[in-house]
Design a protein around this ligand. Structure first.
Ligand code: HEM
Ligand code: HEM
Length: 566
């Protein structure tokens, strides 16, 4: 017997006791909540694997980080517009009159232990949150994961995106620094431009004339209570739907519309997801620790008579900002009222774009008349028109982001602000059209390449010289798995117009909506929308030709090209 044995035996006994206690606790819970049945049904749930499926997780984890850090901030932030004179650690602002909201944010930054880091994590998490949402949304869009039965979940996700943008706007308005105030002023202008109800909405929200003393406390309630509450409910519903519908998967051998191929939720995904949460938290914390964001002490407290150059909203508000900056300052005065078209048109456009994004799944469903469920994802190249629409939208977004920062571009690159504005005006109209047509052609080109690969195999890059001098490139047949993946997608037919003459020989009237649907469907699935597979005779001919060429090749290799004697 060695010295260690009693200790080891003691440890085993302890572990057995702990396991027994855990089991007893689990039994107690099961007697009340039937957790065994719930665990049996859910823990082995299968999830398919693809790197792009982690984008939704980044949204989820940054949302959790926002809630955790936000709760910490509420302990020290004072959402009051009451005025105080600052005497604190940040000496350059000593003796300056400011709101209590601004002062408490300075205190969080300079006097609260870990305050600045938490503030920065909160702000960085907000930036990552909205960025992850946009990229996640584009993944869902480009792969067609929004199709039946997931249209509702797309709508929930879309609502989350809109709420997050406004949650962010409210958040960076809270510290009441010069930049915040400029944002609140911008919002006031935007609301005032709404015809008929604009003035009433503004007076109601601001509790009187701008800036008043109500706006920060009101934004605070909305920021820490109303919107996070709504978002939490939506996030939970969103994830429940992902669970209920089961995740989509990319086509591949053994994967069909009726099964899910992947790894079990427990233990594989639980372990992966936990690790990934800490990775996201770590990266955001690192960014917060090394990269300063929103240094409000450098901007100073808000004063309505001041505005700084380079005043920029957070990047996700770049689109409305850009639209307003490039719009000519049109104004109509009639019957004693002013219609501020220069602000109202861009905002209406922004709203329309958002609505179009939210309802896109229904629009595509209407165009394609497709009522089936889809659990296999599309490769973006196989739906060129949809992919091109997505790229056109991203292009438009980026151009407007640039337009929204026209003052920054002008000062950093020593350019004329008018030149930038005019360039953006032209680009906003041309950019999406060019992006659409280049992407569509590109996707069609990739489809052609896939078709060639299926018919002729993969180009190996190995050139062989035949005995009679001809050079040929050898092709390698695809593996059955690759062949399956490349040929798994459907080739839908465009929706046909109803016959011009009905069964009784009477001319039928085509309704404009049906005509529109037929045209759009032809654009999606006509010759400009997909590369048809070769017809059966074409396919047979190609295979025979390939076979003959191979035979000839083999014969030539077997016989010397130049007979030695005759
Ligand atoms: C708070 C924001 C969001 C969170 C926490 C979230 C979370 C998730 C998670 C974890 C998944 C499963 C993994 C994945 O596919 O990435 C998912 C799937 C999905 N999300 Fe989101 N999401 C958010 C925003 C959005 C947005 C903005 C949209 C679209 C407008 C959207 C639409 C969808 C759809 C349709 C699915 C199902 C995809 C499939 O099964 O392939 N989500 N979401
Ligand atoms: C869910 C999405 C959220 C987003 C996108 C968001 C965004 C922001 C942003 C951008 C700021 C400005 C930070 C800065 O000063 O640089 C902010 C401030 C703040 N947020 Fe949030 N936030 C969210 C959720 C929450 C939640 C859930 C809480 C509280 C429970 C919270 C509490 C606060 C407080 C107290 C401030 C003011 C303190 C400060 O500015 O340092 N936030 N938020």
């Amino acid at each position: 017997m060695t010295q260690q044995e009693p200790a080891a035996a003691g440890a085993t006994e302890g572990a057995t006791e702990a396991a027994g206690a855990t089991e007893a606790a689990a039994d107690w819970l099961d007697g009340r909540l039937s957790i065994y049945a719930a665990a049996r049904n859910n823990l082995r749930k299968i999830f398919p694997d693809h790197w792009s499926f982690m984008l939704g997780e980044i949204c989820l984890y940054s949302f959790i980080i926002l809630i955790l850090t936000g709760i910490y901030l509420t302990l020290f932030f004072n959402p009051s517009m009451g005025e105080v004179v600052y005497h604190g650690s940040y000496t350059p602002l000593n003796g300056i009159r400011m709101s209590e909201a601004y002062k408490s944010t300075l205190d969080i930054s300079f006097d609260v232990r870990g305050g600045l880091l938490i503030r920065q994590i909160h702000h960085w998490a907000a930036i990552v949150f909205v960025a992850a949402m946009l990229v996640h949304m584009m993944r869902v869009f480009f792969t067609g994961a929004f199709r039946k039965p997931r249209e509702i979940n797309w709508l929930f996700g879309f609502l989350l995106l809109v709420l997050a943008m406004f949650e962010g706007l409210m958040g960076y308005s809270l510290p009441d620094d010069l930049l915040s105030g400029t944002g609140i002023r911008f919002l006031e202008g935007a609301l005032l431009s709404t015809p008929i109800v604009g003035t009433y909405i503004t007076l109601f929200l601001y509790g009187g004339e701008f800036p008043g003393t109500d706006i920060i406390p009101r934004f605070y309630s909305i920021h820490v209570l109303l919107l996070p509450g709504l978002m939490l409910a939506l996030v939970l519903t969103h994830i429940c739907y992902v669970w209920y519908h089961k995740h989509t998967q990319f086509a591949g051998p053994g994967r069909t519309e009726r099964n899910v191929v992947g790894m079990p939720f427990f233990p594989v995904y639980v372990a992966k997801a936990t690790g990934f949460f800490f990775l996201v938290f770590g990266v955001i914390t690192l960014a917060a620790a090394v990269a300063s964001v929103n240094p409000i002490w450098a901007y100073g407290p808000y004063r309505p008579d001041q505005v700084s150059t380079d005043a920029q909203p957070d990047w996700y508000m770049g689109m409305p900002e850009g639209l307003i900056r490039i719009m000519p300052g049109w104004e109509v005065r009639a019957w004693g009222h002013t219609l501020e078209l220069g602000v109202f048109i861009p905002l209406a456009l922004f709203g329309l774009v958002l609505v179009a994004i939210g309802f896109y799944p229904y629009l595509e469903g209407w165009i394609t008349r497709d009522k089936r469920e889809h659990h296999l994802l599309d490769r973006p190249r196989n739906r060129p028109v949809r992919t091109a629409l997505g790229v056109a939208w991203v292009t438009e977004y980026l151009i407007l982001l640039l337009a929204g920062g026209n003052d920054v571009v002008a000062t950093r690159f020593h350019l004329s602000i008018n030149t930038i504005t005019w360039a953006c005006r032209i680009l906003v109209l041309l950019g999406p059209v060019v992006a659409f047509s280049v992407t569509r052609r590109w996707a069609l080109g990739l489809q052609r390449r896939d078709r060639d690969k299926v018919l002729h195999g993969r180009e190996t890059g190995i050139i062989k010289r035949l005995p009679h001098g001809e050079f040929v490139e050898t092709h390698e047949q695809l593996t059955p798995a690759a062949l399956h993946t490349l040929t798994a997608h459907e080739h839908p037919e465009p929706v046909a117009l109803p016959p011009a003459v009905d069964g009784n020989g009477v001319r039928a009237r085509t309704r404009p909506l049906e005509l529109l649907r037929a045209r759009l469907s032809a654009a999606y699935f006509g010759p400009g929308g997909q590369i048809p597979w070769p017809s059966t005779p074409q396919h047979d001919e190609l295979t025979t030709r390939q076979h003959l060429a191979q035979q000839a090749h083999l014969t030539q290799q077997a016989q010397p090209a130049e007979p030695a004697d005759r």
